[in-house]
Design a binder for this molecule. Sequence first.
Ligand code: 13P
Ligand code: SF4
Length: 305
Amino acid sequence: MTVRQMQDEIIRLKKEKDFCILAHAYQSQDIWDVADFIGDSFELSRKAASASQQNVLMCGVRFMAETVKILSPQKNVYISSPDAGCPMADQIDKDILSQLKTMYPDYTVVAYINTTADTKTLCDVCVTSSSAVKIVSRIENKNILFIPDSNLGAWCRDQLPDKNFKLISGGCPTHLRISLREVERVKALHPNALVLVHPECLPEVTAKADYAGSTTGIMKFAAQSDASEFIIGTENSIVEHLKFAHPEKQFYPLSKDCVCHNMKLTTLADVYDIVKNASGEEIILSDETIAAAKKPIDEMLRLGE
Ligand code: 13P
Ligand code: SF4
């Protein structure tokens, strides 16, 4: 079967078997081509809630599929590869968070959406990279305990000087591979290029950027900008998508090592298998976990309006 034939089969089967396919921006072009929605974490969580199909396949990592299940518990939600986790989400669990809450009782717990469903059950509000600053600015409490990404937390803190942030030492291993030295080296090679980065990057990297934002924020900025050269500081699939969408512009990766192997575990053949045989892993969460984890996500959707 060729790639095109497999894609045609997936498109036929997903209608027949009532599947909605959601693809995170880091997925490859062949998967984008068969998806019903493509987006960053915030957009995907909103789309998941409004999708009419009974079955949802999340092409992304586990916390994203869990978010879909929490928002649509009556649906069958699948992830293609049981191993597709987010190492940052696994850096904090309920035990660690319980200890932090005891240490900082007067703080509102703000959880990056990149957390497990279990961890979310103890949080007050979730945020995504595209919504974090807006949502934290709308929280009444001045005291914010931000978990688990200290880089996204620091980026919010710098824009919200009236808030009192406590950060913990978590972060994305993929974005942490981008160093200030890399920024200086690539900028010297392409002095006219604008630097666009994800706020999961180190603060000294984000400080050098012309724009910092979510995965789709970066793509929208590049699409709308009059500039013709861009240095991209996020997972390198975004460089490929941008080259594909804007062949008249130049895109350079900030680091050749900025690859999220977990995001790369999903292949077109997996997508085909799942819509054909309902294989893959179905996300199962207890009613208690769903009810408790839904509160901070609902709060995110309410404050993010
Ligand atoms: P976005 O919210 O920008 O899609 O980011 C999710 C993510 O995991 C980035 O590494
Ligand atoms: Fe998690 Fe980083 Fe991969 Fe995003 S890029 S899914 S934060 S490990």
